[in-house]
Design a binder for this molecule. Structure first.
Ligand code: NAP
Length: 267
């Protein structure tokens, strides 16, 4: 399917691997020029090289911590190096950052909460603040925030994620409707359980916490997923690219759960 976004410019955050990379990959295949961001330069440059091989797209790699004002400034400035671009002029924004650590509520002091809020709530909000007016003035824009299934089905051990991402979700619910008449859509993508590095370290931590062998713990987790498998990052990227497409113009203010049927509710 032609997604109708060839030649658009996208900022994809936290995109050297995992879900962010999969979103960048699907957008590159649709002909979108990219700025990708991650902190560690070698994997980031490798990811940029793979993305450039997918089609006639420009890919700018920005080695930065997207949760800092300096990192965000570098990412926004890189738009000027894309074809036809200027500082902060993105048509598509995919927000993402590392997830907060698991733990017990007693472990999380104010500093831990501030880190989680910075990464998973305030950074996406800051990036929307910087890019949204430009999208609205050009009459077209797509924003996808990578959040988590934790927004719908909280995990007690991921309280920082439950809290920070729910704050973002509430903010987006209002903002998306406020700007819906301008050609800009804003949606959140809620990953269930996807096979990424982050999942593998979470599984190891979960097995230790439950005092179970890793294999037995994984089997138990798979048992709770009707699809009987973890998601593939490419499946997530494809959903992101669709939400960024011309065809998805009437989908906004939504929270799309991609979890192999794990969430047990009707809606
Ligand atoms: P991942 O495989 O560990 O990849 C994380 C990516 O983000 C890497 O490219 C990493 O590169 C980059 N990154 C992390 N912190 C960053 C920062 N401060 N600034 C810039 N780049 C940063 O993780 P993932 O599984 O794709 O998860 C992505 C997000 O989805 C996380 O917030 C995670 O909590 C959430 N999520 C994932 C799942 C799942 O099943 N995988 C489920 C629910 C929610 P560097 O380390 O080099 O910066």
């Amino acid at each position: 399917m032609d997604l109708g976004i060839s030649g658009k410019r996208a900022l994809v955050c936290a995109a050297s691997k995992g879900l962010g990379y999969a979103c960048a990959q699907a957008l590159a295949r649709a002909g979108v020029h990219l700025v990708i961001v991650a902190r560690n330069e070698p994997p980031l440059q490798a990811a940029a090289g793979h993305l450039r091989s997918l089609g006639p797209v420009s890919v700018e790699a920005v080695a930065a911590d997207i949760t800092t004002p300096e990192g965000r400034a570098d990412a926004l400035a890189a738009a000027a190096r894309l074809p036809g671009g200027a500082r902060g002029e993105f048509d598509i924004l995919v927000t993402n950052a590392g997830g907060p650590p698991a733990g017990d509520f007693r472990d999380w002091d104010d500093a831990a909460w501030h880190r989680a809020l910075d990464a998973n709530m305030l950074t996406p909000i800051a990036l929307m603040r910087e890019t949204l007016d430009g999208m609205m003035s050009r009459g077209w824009g797509r924003i996808c925030n990578i959040t988590s299934t934790a927004v719908k089905a909280p995990s007690p051990y991921l309280g920082l994620s439950n809290g920070a991402r729910s704050g973002l979700t509430g903010f987006v619910a209002g903002l998306a409707r406020q700007v819906a008449g301008s050609g800009v859509t804003i949606n959140n993508l809620l990953p269930g359980t996807f096979d990424t590095d982050r999942l593998r370290s979470n599984l190891a931590a979960g097995a230790a916490q439950a005092a179970m062998e890793l294999e037995a713990y994984i089997a138990k987790r798979l048992d709770a997923i009707p699809a009987r498998r973890f998601g593939h990052a490419e499946e997530f990227g494809a959903a992101c690219a669709f939400l960024c497409s011309r065809q998805a113009a009437y989908i906004t203010a939504q929270n799309l759960l991609i979890d192999g049927g794990a969430y047990p509710g009707t809606l």
